[in-house]
Unconditional design. Structure first.
Length: 94
């Protein structure tokens, strides 16, 4: 099962901070920023084993133009459903 978290950047110069935690992990996790015409890979998709990840993943990105941040969580490696908890905070920068 593939899960997507979409976060809109409505203005340029916005700094976004996010924390993501998956109960049980054992997923493939990736992040990308998608403006109008292209894609910027923020973090390449990588497998996170259940035993390896205890802390939430925290990251930031400063948008140079409006677009969307797409966080991808692929749970096809496991038959169990996963619970995802995330939070975001945004600030404008000069």
């Amino acid at each position: 099962m593939l899960g997507l978290i979409l976060i809109d950047f409505e203005f340029q110069g916005v700094l976004l901070l996010w924390d993501v935690s998956v109960v049980g992990w054992d997923v493939v996790y990736g992040e990308e920023f998608v403006p109008e015409t292209y894609t910027v890979i923020v973090r390449k998709p990588r497998k996170i084993a259940a035993s390896a990840q205890v802390e939430p993943i925290r990251n930031t990105y400063k948008a140079s133009e409006p677009g969307k941040l797409v966080i991808t969580i692929d749970n096809s490696l496991s038959k169990k459903k996963k619970t995802v908890v995330y939070r975001t905070k945004s600030t404008t920068t000069a």
